[in-house]
Design a protein around this ligand. Structure first.
Ligand SMILES: [Fe+2]
Ligand SMILES: [Fe+2]
Length: 452
């Protein structure tokens, strides 16, 4: 087969700035946000200019959450960007996702929260018709899924499951039948097929298995089904993180999930993908380019990282300073004892260093990291979960200190492992944390995948 190249981006979350993104309420809202809001128009425009400049690639895939939160005007402005890119000679294939159909989106100005016009799910087919559906080999109007021929050898299975709110973001049995028909047809015609699905199909790290919609609810079943049907590769988004994970099904088939960060939040990357042959796929990660916005003298990467860290720091600050706000945000029961515990641990966290915690727990701590603040370290751990390629693998001073402290709790963790199950598997907190702080799999930015 002929090699084939394309660019994949996701979670563009375009917001039409004229709807309002300023004022005191806006600033408060942004304190808990990982992604940009007022800047999204500038970021999208810069990214699309970059795509236009890539003369060796004419295919662009976008994996959902196209608008900030379903504002009609945001969709209309974003579609103008798509049309412009199409005029420049690019073939564009998009799917929509949860943030694209919302009948009650919001905006902000000096008077507070505003209610711009939203978008119904039924409207999305017509809005995005010419960016996937119009030249699809086949589409499922109800689920907004389709199959497109990217090259004479390669078919894209573009999947959408946002229509089933009552069963969460997953597939009904009739959708699975539709998918099976498509995979069977691809096999029969000797085509390579891969999928694009907004919601992650493999957890970026075991910690994500604990978070509501960080992975599709029955992802294990879906990925086995896809891999055994001959679809060994999927591109996802939604969690705004960079990861590449692989599993092997009981029948011995591989499935890779390449999850890509949002272009409007740290880590902001696009993927350049080259299908070299039906078994070999090269993945490269391209940083989103600089964008035209007042960034307070920071580089665009620093600016996006500052937003990310502000989100983490707001949570941590609230522990000691405004526990009630944190409890409301996390929907925790407003109990006095919980409030006191949050304040207690919040204050400790602000003062502790890795050295002081290790001393307290009788764990050896390497001199090179003794003075490092615990709070700063935990912020980095959280950021690493999203940026991927988490660096603290076995043998690093950080691993020894962190896991040394965790091992002091092993009697409790053994009980948890015996008694608690997540997604049908015993909850192994030690293993979960080990794999959260260090990546032992493939490089999550630049790698060549072998599909069998
Ligand atoms: Fe998103
Ligand atoms: Fe999403």
């Amino acid at each position: 087969m002929k090699p084939f190249k394309f660019i994949l981006l996701t979670d563009t979350h375009y917001f039409a700035p004229s709807l309002g993104c300023r004022g005191e309420e806006y600033d408060k809202f942004m304190q808990f946000e990982q992604k940009c809001f007022a800047e999204t128009s500038a970021i999208n425009k810069a990214a699309f200019q970059e795509l236009k400049r890539m003369t060796d690639i004419d295919t662009v895939l976008i994996a959902g959450d196209l608008s900030f939160n379903g504002e009609k005007l945001s969709h209309l402005e974003f579609i103008e960007l798509l049309k412009d890119l199409k005029l420049a000679g690019k073939k564009i294939y998009v799917i929509t996702a949860g943030h694209d159909c919302n009948e009650h989106p919001f905006a902000f100005d000096e008077t507070g929260r505003l209610a711009p016009e939203g978008t119904k799910r039924e409207e999305l087919f017509d809005l995005y018709y010419e960016f996937g559906f119009s030249d699809a080999l086949c589409y499922d109007r109800e689920s907004l899924s389709y199959v497109a021929e990217l090259s004479e050898d390669i078919w894209l299975l573009a999947l959408n499951n946002d229509g089933n709110n009552e069963i969460g973001h997953t597939y009904t049995s009739s959708q699975l039948e539709w998918i099976a028909e498509q995979t069977k047809r691809a096999r029969k015609e000797g085509k390579m097929m891969f999928c694009m699905n907004h919601y992650p199909l493999l957890a970026a790290c075991p910690l994500f298995d604990l978070i509501g919609d960080a992975v599709m609810p029955d992802a294990d079943r879906i990925t086995s089904f896809l891999a055994d049907e001959g679809v060994h590769l999927g591109f996802t988004g939604h969690m705004h993180n960079q990861s590449i994970k692989m599993k092997v099904t009981e029948k011995g088939n591989r499935f890779y999930d390449v999850c890509t960060g949002s272009i409007i939040g740290c880590p902001a990357f696009m993927r350049r993908v080259e299908i070299i042959d039906s078994d070999t796929v090269k993945i490269e990660s391209l940083p989103v380019p600089d964008f035209d916005y007042d960034k307070d003298g920071l580089t665009h990467e620093e600016y996006l990282k500052r937003q990310f860290d502000m989100m983490i720091n707001t949570y941590l600050d609230c522990m000691a300073e405004d526990p009630k706000r944190l409890m409301r945000k996390l929907r925790l029961p407003e109990k006095a004892i919980l409030e006191k515990l949050l304040v207690f641990f919040g204050k400790k966290l602000n003062k502790a260093t890795l050295g002081s915690v290790c001393k307290l727990m009788l764990v050896k701590c390497d001199d090179s990291i003794k003075e490092r603040g615990l709070r700063d370290f935990l912020t980095e751990i959280v950021r690493n979960v999203f940026t991927g390629n988490a660096p603290y693998v076995e043998g690093t001073p950080e691993y020894n200190a962190f896991m040394g402290v965790i091992d002091r709790f092993s009697p409790i963790l053994k009980i948890v492992k015996k008694k608690v199950k997540v997604r049908g598997r015993p909850l192994d907190v030690r293993e979960l944390l080990r794999l959260t702080i260090g990546n032992y799999g493939v490089d999550e930015y630049n790698t060549t995948l072998k599909l069998s």
